[in-house]
Design a protein around this ligand. Structure first.
Ligand code: FAD
Length: 383
């Protein structure tokens, strides 16, 4: 059977691309190294923060607004709760990167928010223990998306629209000519009109020809047992949060989810160790558990209990922490998506739409100039 588009890598981004492409009548072949919604890449661990007042850059806001619409559409189509809005607190010093960047994004795009001083944070959300200089931007529209459920939902919808999805079938190599693309796997060789490459932490291997300056980093997610019960951490009383303490080691957390006994927390731009998908240490050590617990003890004291479990995951970072989404610079039939730098999940729904635009039309109406691989030219990046 001939295919219009091959999608290589069916994780967060690839599952959304397969769904969008199949929805536009494309014959899709999806190839995934592991199983559906597996835990060996970057899209596992039950929750991912979603928010709109985006400190990483106001340019992301239009994409976020569309991402929300698409997540809501997917919820309607599946009848499942995939995105849970709990409100969100961006906590830190007023002039810190997190708070000031969030305010700037919100102001630029007219997003609703409230500014809370330390006393107000304590009054409304008693689980947090901010120091006197601490403030927070509170955004009602923040919350979390469920990674395993959304990957499955995108894949199920894609399959029901006719996509041919194959699991346990890794792409070993690929090539593109002016007329076709060809992909080799251990089971055979496939040709199509176009190729979408969304390999997550495997981008250095599968997109090695581009020599992108990507760094794969191990990051751990921890579930701590609150010392005085779950009550203060239920979603009505405990929004998602990101905290930028004075030493800059940002960490974040979620409310208690569903029937969990533990509350999830992790470092954001701290505590990561360079790794690779082949060598990543999956075991989590006491020192790591203790390191984050130290921050919780100071800032969210009742959360500094026993660690019930912990899971390792991978960020694939670019030097400027912006994504790579583009038509391949040398092959117009190939579209690439990688380098999501630890903040990509909330965008999967809209990235799927962008990848489908790029694969079918060669361009997209979405603003993606920021994500061009040209900016990462290695010589320039080294300065
Ligand atoms: C601990 C942690 C916390 C995070 N928290 C947040 C958050 O709160 N909010 C947020 O927005 N983002 C968050 N992120 C980032 C977000 O999860 C990632 O940006 C996103 O999951 C990346 O999706 P992806 O599709 O690029 O990678 P993946 O979902 O890993 O997908 C890549 C897929 O390609 C497959 N693959 C690779 N090579 C091949 C091959 N040769 N052949 C076939 N298949 C192949 C892999 O098996 C995998 O399934 C977090 C990430 C981590 C690790």
């Amino acid at each position: 059977m001939s295919h219009d588009v091959i999608v290589a890598g069916l994780g967060g981004m690839g599952s959304a691309a397969a769904y969008q492409l199949a929805g536009r009548g494309q014959q899709v072949l999806g190839l995934e190294k592991f199983s559906s919604a597996h835990d060996k890449g970057s899209s596992h661990g039950r929750s991912r923060i979603i928010r709109q007042a985006y400190f990483e850059g106001a340019e992301y806001v239009p994409l976020l607004l569309r991402a929300y619409e698409l997540w809501e559409q997917l919820e309607r189509k599946t009848g499942q709760e995939l995105m849970t809005l709990t409100g969100g607190l961006m906590i830190g010093r007023e002039d810190g990167e997190l708070v000031s960047g969030s305010v700037q994004s919100a102001d630029e795009h007219g997003l609703p928010y409230e500014m809370l001083d330390a006393a107000e944070i304590r009054r409304r959300f008693p689980a947090y223990a901010p120091g006197p200089e601490t403030v927070a931007l509170y955004e009602e529209n923040a919350g979390f998306v469920r990674p395993e459920e959304t990957v499955k939902a995108h894949l199920d919808r894609a399959a029901s629209l006719g996509a041919d999805l194959r699991f346990g079938e890794p792409v070993l190599s690929w090539e593109a000519s002016e007329e076709r693309v060809r992909v080799e796997t251990p089971r055979g060789s496939y040709e199509a009109e176009r190729l979408v490459m969304s390999p997550g932490a495997w981008a250095p291997q599968l997109l090695g020809d581009l020599d992108l300056p990507l760094e794969v980093v191990r990051q751990v997610m921890f579930w701590y047992e609150p010392t005085n019960g779950l009550e203060p951490f239920l979603p009505e009383r405990f929004p998602i949060f990101i905290w930028e303490p004075d030493d800059g080691n940002m960490f974040y957390g979620f409310p208690a989810q569903d029937d969990d006994r533990g509350v999830k927390a992790a470092f954001f731009r701290a505590g990561g160790v360079p790794t690779s998908p082949e060598t990543i240490e999956r075991e989590v050590h006491e020192e790591e558990i203790g390191f984050l617990r130290g921050y919780l003890a100071e800032h969210v004291p009742e959360l500094a209990g026993r660690c019930l479990h912990a899971r390792a995951c991978m960020y694939t970072n670019t030097p400027d922490e912006h994504f790579v989404i583009s038509v391949h610079p040398e092959h117009t039939r190939v579209v690439i998506a990688c380098g999501f730098s630890g903040h990509g999940y909330k965008f999967c729904s809209v990235v799927g739409e962008i990848l489908a635009d790029l694969a079918i039309e060669g361009s997209t109406p979405h603003p993606i100039d920021l994500f061009s691989p040209a900016r990462l030219n290695k010589a320039d990046a080294r300065g």
